[in-house]
Design a protein around this ligand. Structure first.
Ligand code: SF4
Length: 562
């Protein structure tokens, strides 16, 4: 078989066929780099930049950093330069990278499965306080992101994190990123399977493996054994979702090729059943398919979803089985409709009789101080474990049942609510113009204001809604806050105001959502032609839409259906 993707060179009558343009697939075209990024990765393995940080850059400072390391290889260790303060969104596309960035970094700590001990949480809090001006955001991929980090401090930060088993290895870059895992893995009373051993095995064997450190682009993974399907599996490059096979018992259904950004695609089921102990091997096989056959010519076409779109699931499964696994996977069933809330906010029973308490910060923003205080609250009640969720929430595990309400109150005093109002619970926002070099508009503060106002204005209305309305706010088209999967998704851009001026605003996507207890199947939100709102009008717009939904819906019609 020839697994090369279709090419764009049909023969025209009377003319010789043009030679097909290579897609940069290593297994088909060879490994000659076709662009600067590929060249950079081949010139010097990205993971090797760590040695230069420790031996040169941390001693000689920001100005000593090679540009390919600065904007390229440092990402493999979780470091991005951050946006210079004061540059408005209208200039984002006009300035050169060195004009947009300042000498500080965003540092991303990968937290596979979102699982932290209170000891680890204290170390993260200390790094935030000592080296990141107290910043700490819980991302929608179970990472913690800090800002204002100086290159001089990075070796000490690595030393502190790694001393407690935390890493920034491959937190960014063209490599296997953090593995999303059910935040209540191993504890939830409703769980079908605990994916923790598989997450730990993948991390131990392959995160930081040079053989997988030069992928065409980022590779996102997710695995859950919880019936709420709590890891946004439809929009990862690979996902495993627990199913009960009628003959083979409990295992996982395999999804491949999801992703958002500017070309959104929901993941495809391969129809294959994966036993729990086979998950690491199958994960490794799929990463290798991506490494060898993924498109490297155009960075905008390099995610696995583009290969999947061209090959289709049957061919992908065939290549995976024949060339990488060397055996056939059994067919398996699709997961049923999700059951329960995937954000885990509130007080819930554990299988051992204790409780877990999920709380909502506002759009994932916390701080070193708050994280240290969360560790204090947890430990005061005998807990040593905290989890982060893919919905920018935190969960304290192992709370004695008769102390759960005390924990709710103590976390509430930190601004972390276990029983939040609608928009506090459902609103997510990406980093935006405060720190992101690609941003066009501000997001975190805008969304924070919107949450406060909407929850106040719609206090009565929201109690009558049959299902939540999810609001996601993005600072540019890249969709880090998953706008296409929100009931109301807002994509940051400059818009024209009533006076004809260009002002920060958003294009509106409506009706998207991932599979959830109130929505059987995922669907991508649609842009409504010409529907844009200014940042100043955002609250009024959402207020109007939600009131109309409340008034016009038919019975229990969800927002997406309405
Ligand atoms: Fe930055 Fe755009 Fe991602 Fe927001 S969506 S964090 S603005 S790249």
């Amino acid at each position: 078989m020839n697994p090369a993707a279709p090419t764009d060179a049909p023969a025209r009558a009377g003319r010789p066929a043009r030679a097909p343009r290579p897609n940069g697939q290593w297994a088909v075209d060879g490994t000659a780099p076709l662009n600067h990024n590929e060249q950079m990765k081949q010139d010097d393995p990205a993971l090797d930049v760590r040695r230069r940080v420790e031996e040169v850059y941390a001693k000689e400072g920001f100005a000593s950093i090679d540009p390919d390391d600065l904007r390229g290889r440092l990402r493999w260790w979780g470091l991005y330069t951050q946006r210079r303060p004061g540059i408005d969104g209208g200039r984002t596309a006009q300035l050169e990278p060195h004009e947009l960035e300042d000498e500080f970094f965003m540092l991303r700590v990968r937290v596979d499965g979102g699982a932290l001990t209170t000891e680890q949480l204290r170390v993260v809090a200390g790094v935030s306080t000592d080296f990141a001006r107290g910043t700490a955001d819980v991302s929608d991929r179970q990472n913690i992101q800090m800002h204002w980090v100086r290159i001089e401090d990075v070796p000490e930060i690595w030393r502190r994190l790694e001393a407690v088993g935390l890493w920034t290895t491959e937190a960014c870059g063209d490599c296997p990123r953090v593995i999303l895992g059910s935040p209540v893995a191993g504890v939830s009373a409703e769980e079908l399977l605990d994916p923790t051993p598989q997450i730990e095995e993948i991390q131990r064997r392959w995160i930081g493996d040079p053989e997988l450190a030069n992928l065409p682009r980022k590779f996102k993974s997710a695995i859950t054994g919880h019936p709420s399907q709590d890891v946004v599996h439809e929009i990862n490059d690979i996902s495993f979702v627990a199913v009960d096979h009628p003959e083979l018992g409990l295992g996982y259904d395999l999804f491949v090729g999801g992703g958002l950004s500017t070309t959104a695609r929901l993941a495809s089921r391969l129809g294959a059943f994966v036993r729990p102990e086979e998950v690491p091997e199958v994960w490794h096989g799929v990463v290798q398919v991506f490494r060898d056959y993924g498109y490297r010519r155009l960075r905008t076409k390099a995610r696995l979803k583009f290969l999947l779109a061209d090959w289709g699931p049957e061919r992908f499964r065939q290549v995976l089985q024949e060339e990488y696994l060397h055996r056939v996977l059994p067919d398996g069933p699709a997961p049923g409709a999700p059951v329960g809330d995937a954000d885990h906010v509130g007080v819930h029973p554990q299988k051992d009789g204790r409780r877990y308490v999920g709380v909502a910060p506002v759009v994932g923003r916390v701080s070193g101080e708050v994280l240290a205080a969360v560790a204090d609250v947890a430990e005061a009640h005998g807990s040593r474990r905290v989890r982060l969720t893919p919905h920018q929430k935190l969960v304290v595990l192992d709370v004695p049942a008769d102390e759960a309400e005390d924990v709710v109150a103590e976390l509430g005093a930190l601004g972390l609510q276990a029983r939040p109002n609608l928009f506090r619970r459902t609103t997510m926002a990406c980093t935006g113009i405060e720190f992101c070099k690609l941003a066009i508009v501000e997001t975190k503060a805008t969304a924070t204001r919107a949450v406060a106002e909407l929850d106040a204005r719609l206090a009565d209305v929201q109690k009558t809604l049959p299902s939540p309305v999810r609001l996601h706010v993005n600072g540019c088209p890249n969709s880090c806050a998953r706008i296409q999967t929100a009931d109301i998704g807002l994509k940051g851009q400059l818009v024209t105001d009533d006076d004809g001026g260009q002002v920060p605003g958003f294009q509106v996507h409506l009706g998207g959502g991932l599979a959830s207890a109130d929505r059987e199947e995922a669907g991508l939100g649609r842009t409504v032609r010409g529907l844009k709102v200014t940042a100043d009008d955002l609250v009024d717009y959402v207020d109007r839409v939600v009131r109309r939904y409340a008034d016009e819906r038919d019975g229990d019609e969800t927002f997406a259906v309405w």
